[in-house]
Design a protein around this ligand. Sequence first.
Ligand code: AMP
Length: 195
Amino acid sequence: MQLIILGPPGVGKGTQSLLIAGKLGITHLSTGEILRRAVAEKTPLGLKAQKIIDSGELVSDEVMVGIIRDAISKEEMRKGFILDGFPRTINQALALDKLLEELNYHDVKIIYLSVTKEELINRLMGRGRKDDSIETVMHRLDVYKEQTVPVKEYYNSKGTVFEIEGMGSIDEINSHVLEVLTRVVSEKQDAKIVT
Ligand code: AMP
């Protein structure tokens, strides 16, 4: 199973993705984590990405598609993966469609986590990440609205997006996500959920 988790910054995609990946035995691929690691290791990518991340802007589609292409082309990804933080623009979504087709991945499920704007800002301000100052948070939300909301609309127009309310405790939200996935899986019998 190939999962894509969508939703605004701060909604809990990272937390939920990790839990889902553990339960399904698939790989969690967070583009934000990949970039933060590159920044910490001061690689050429990291040096280029740091300013962009700190300002709340998006790293170029070309760079991001390259990262995802390298990551999902690996043999170990055949067991499944969950993309967290990608795609974030329509161009990324179109490039991902092509990549998935090329690599013969045809069991893609899209999950969308939603939460109120007030709750988002509270959560983002409470994380203490370097790119979580109020100005950057507000900017990231604007960028999300302009560039990433269309990605959700794109997937909606293509088929089913499983929409889950990201309110409540981490465990409650996770149960809900797994419930939805179990339902989908039991209809198709193509993945196993370990509880
Ligand atoms: P995240 O951890 O997903 O919130 O990502 C942190 C930051 O990394 C974002 O604010 C962007 O600057 C950058 N980033 C992560 N994923 C992408 C992506 N798919 N496209 C462009 N920039 C990204």
